[in-house]
Design a protein around this ligand. Structure first.
Ligand code: GLA
Length: 382
């Protein structure tokens, strides 16, 4: 049974997952679980450099209905609904790889989980850079852990879900998305040190300060995202190697490398870690409006030094700032996906209109804009 009240929206989604489970198997599931997508307020491309991040959970969830069973069976409401049965966990592909991969990673990590029937229903936008895959992994992870009687520390669970993503799905990501989904708390932004996963939940009540956070999903397809992501990681590792440090987290502040590209990558990581530390200091005093310039500086650094932005993201950020946003930046890995803009609540409509018309004028896809609230991390719903 759940320890806390479920998020009402997560409960709604979980009911749909339960209905899909009943359709597929003709019986009630043993339980319902849900895990959210995220935005990262600041601290981008720092996670795999042992640096600092500041995500909060969005009220979009991957919900699963699940029971122990004799054989693995994965069902989802993606497309027209599809069931994948598996006698073993190896070689499962498509959306079901996130489920099978999580079970595999649990087994590999010393938490044996036997077969289960799992039905998935998610409203985390796929391809929006809001961690739809981590949401699935984390929902499945807490479901299987409960069903098979494992109590797993949430930090360790994040590493296990990351292992599923890295080694089973094959995407070389850091630990940001899975820790956000598993560890964020409603009404808070989470300041986390990716070196040891130590963390602080910082109150983040925008409405109380007359502010709002807009999320702009550019609807732009990710282009070359996987290869470019791996290339950035390789640059960072090479820069750290040349400096003789374990990771760029430890780069001396005024270090300089001969190679211009490596220098720019390092400069982003060093300055971004600084910006996270400044952001958390300001937030601890409750003056959220004061972080606007840091958000925008983060974007400029990702655009110019790290080179992971895109025309869609730059257009959204420039339009938001032009229309009076206090700060704006791309969020997540980049190359498409989403941007965020911190605005006075009264200006939200104006900024939204500006972002949409700037995209139209530039001949880009019409973005989907919504107001974010900091939602509850992964939890058992029933
Ligand atoms: C993606 C990855 C994360 C992180 C971000 C960039 O979302 O999954 O691990 O590296 O990009 O901050």
């Amino acid at each position: 049974m759940p320890a806390t009240d479920p998020d009402p929206h997560a409960l709604e989604l979980a009911e749909t997952a339960a209905a899909a489970f009943r359709d597929a198997h003709g019986e009630e599931p043993d339980g319902l679980w849900a895990a959210p997508g995220r935005v990262n307020l600041i601290g981008e491309h720092t996670d795999y450099n042992d640096g600092f991040v500041m995500p909060f959970a969005l009220p979009f969830y991957a919900a699963v209905a699940a029971s122990r069973a004799e054989e693995w069976s994965f069902h989802s409401t993606y497309g027209n609904g599809e069931t994948v049965r598996a006698t073993e966990l190896d070689g499962v592909e498509g959306w079901a790889a996130y489920l099978a991969g999580t079970a595999w990673a649990l087994n590999e990590s010393g938490f044996p989980v036997g077969p289960a029937r799992i039905a998935l229903h998610s409203d985390v936008p796929v391809g929006g850079g809001l961690s739809s895959s981590a949401a699935i992994e984390c929902a499945v992870l807490i479901a299987l852990a409960d069903l098979y009687g494992h109590e797993i520390d949430r930090g360790e669970a994040a590493r296990i879900a990351q292992k599923a993503e890295n080694e089973y799905v094959g995407a070389p990501t850091g630990v940001l998305d899975q820790s956000a989904s598993l560890l964020c708390e409603a009404g808070h932004v989470m300041f986390m040190d990716c070196r040891d996963l130590s963390r602080e939940q910082v109150p983040f009540d925008l409405a109380a300060e007359g502010l709002a956070m807009l999320v702009v999903d550019t609807q732009a397809p990710h282009r070359h995202a996987d290869g470019e992501y791996a290339a950035r990681r390789a640059d960072c590792e090479e820069a750290a190697r040349q400096l003789g440090v374990a990771s760029l987290r430890d780069a001396p502040r005024h270090a300089k490398l001969d190679d211009d590209q490596l220098n720019k990558r390092m400069h982003h990581v060093v300055t971004e870690n600084d910006r996270v530390l400044k952001t958390v200091e300001i937030l601890r005093t409750g003056r959220v409006a004061g972080i606007g310039d840091l958000l925008t500086a983060s974007h400029v650094s990702l655009r110019d030094d790290y080179e992971v932005s895109s025309i869609e993201l730059d257009t959204a950020v420039d339009a938001a700032i032009g229309a009076g946003a206090l700060g704006a930046r791309m969020t997540g890995g980049g190359f498409g996906g989403s941007a965020i803009a911190l605005v006075e609540a009264a200006a939200a409509g104006k900024v939204e209109d500006a972002v949409i018309s700037a995209a139209a004028q530039a001949g880009l896809p019409v973005p989907r804009v919504f107001v974010a609230r900091a939602a509850q991390g992964a939890h058992r719903v029933r």
